[in-house]
Design a protein around this ligand. Structure first.
Ligand code: 13P
Length: 246
C-alpha cells in the first residue's frame, strides 16, 4: 500500500490577502512533515496571490465548472484555475450540492474537467443527519461514489473526501468505528468500480476535524487524510493537524 496521507484545507468563503501569511506559516511547518502531503483550497480570488506568495504549497480551487469555457456567468473553469496557479480543486462539496443543487453527474463531469487539464480532484460525498438516522448512510454515500467518480479515476489524481453533512462546522464527529465502517464501504465500492486501482485512491475524512481529534481520526483504518474547514484558516490550528497525520 503506497498511500501517503493528505491533509487538505478548505477555506470556503473566508480569507483575504491579509490571510496569506497564514499560508506561509502552514507551508513552513509542512516542510517539516515530509511524510504528509499538504494542500489548501482557497476562494477563486485568492488562488493567484496564494500560488505566487507560497509556491511550495499546493493551492487549489473549491469548485470548477465542467466546461472549459462558455456562457456561464460567474463560473470559472479548470483551465482558468490552473492558469491562476491551482494544482487541484474540490468538487461536489455538500455545501454546493445543497446550495447550488449539484448532482452526482455534475460532480463527475467537474472531476473529469480537472483531469483533462492535468489537475487533481477531491470528490466529496457524505450523508445528511436524516439519512444517517434512517439507517441509509452507507447506501447514500456509496451511491454518491458510484455517481460522482470520474472516468478513469486513479490515485494519481483523484481522492475521495467523506464528509458527513451533520459533522461539518458543528463540532460533532462520527465515532472512529463509524468512520472505519464508512471508509471501508467506500473502499469496497471503489474496488468494485476500478479494481486494484482502488487501493491507490486516498479517502479523506472531513467534518469538524480539530487539533484535538485529528490524531484519532487520521489513524482509523482506510483514513488517508483529512479535509479541514474551520481549523485550516490559521496555522495555529492547521499545523497540529498536519503533525497528527505524520
Ligand atoms: P469543518 O472542518 O469546518 O467542519 O468543515 C469541513 C468541511 O466542510 C471541509 O470541506
Amino acid at each position: 500500500m503506497t498511500r501517503r496521507k493528505l491533509v487538505a484545507g478548505n477555506w470556503k468563503m473566508n480569507g483575504s490577502r491579509a490571510a496569506l501569511s497564514e499560508l506561509s506559516a502552514i507551508a513552513d511547518a509542512a516542510a517539516g512533515h515530509a511524510g504528509v502531503d499538504v494542500a489548501v483550497a482557497v476562494p477563486a480570488t485568492l488562488i493567484a496571490p496564494a500560488a505566487e506568495a507560497v509556491p511550495a504549497l499546493s493551492i487549489g480551487a473549491e469548485d470548477v465548472h465542467a466546461a472549459d469555457q462558455g456562457a456561464h456567468t460567474g463560473c470559472v473553469s479548470a483551465a482558468m484555475v490552473k492558469e491562476a496557479g491551482a494544482r487541484f480543486s474540490i468538487v461536489g462539496h455538500s455545501e454546493r450540492r445543497a446550495d447550488q443543487g449539484e448532482r452526482d453527474a455534475d460532480v463527475k463531469a467537474k472531476a473529469e474537467a480537472l483531469h483533462r487539464h492535468g489537475l487533481h480532484a477531491i470528490v466529496c460525498v457524505g450523508e445528511t443527519l436524516d439519512e444517517r438516522e434512517a439507517g441509509r448512510a452507507e447506501a447514500v454515500v456509496t451511491a454518491q461514489v458510484a455517481g460522482s467518480l470520474p472516468q478513469g479515476a486513479s490515485g494519481e489524481w483523484c481522492a475521495i473526501a467523506y464528509e458527513p453533512v451533520w459533522a461539518i462546522g458543528t463540532g460533532r464527529t462520527p465515532t472512529a468505528d463509524d468512520v472505519a465502517t464508512m471508509h471501508g464501504a467506500i473502499r469496497a465500492k471503489l474496488t468494485a468500480m476500478v479494481g486494484a486501482e482502488a487501493a491507490e485512491i486516498r479517502i479523506l475524512y472531513g467534518g469538524s476535524v480539530t487539533p484535538d481529534n485529528a490524531r484519532e481520526l487520521l489513524h482509523v483504518a482506510d483514513v488517508d487524510g483529512a479535509l479541514v474547514g474551520g481549523a485550516s484558516l490559521t496555522a495555529a490550528k492547521f499545523v497540529p493537524i498536519i503533525a497528527a497525520a505524520d
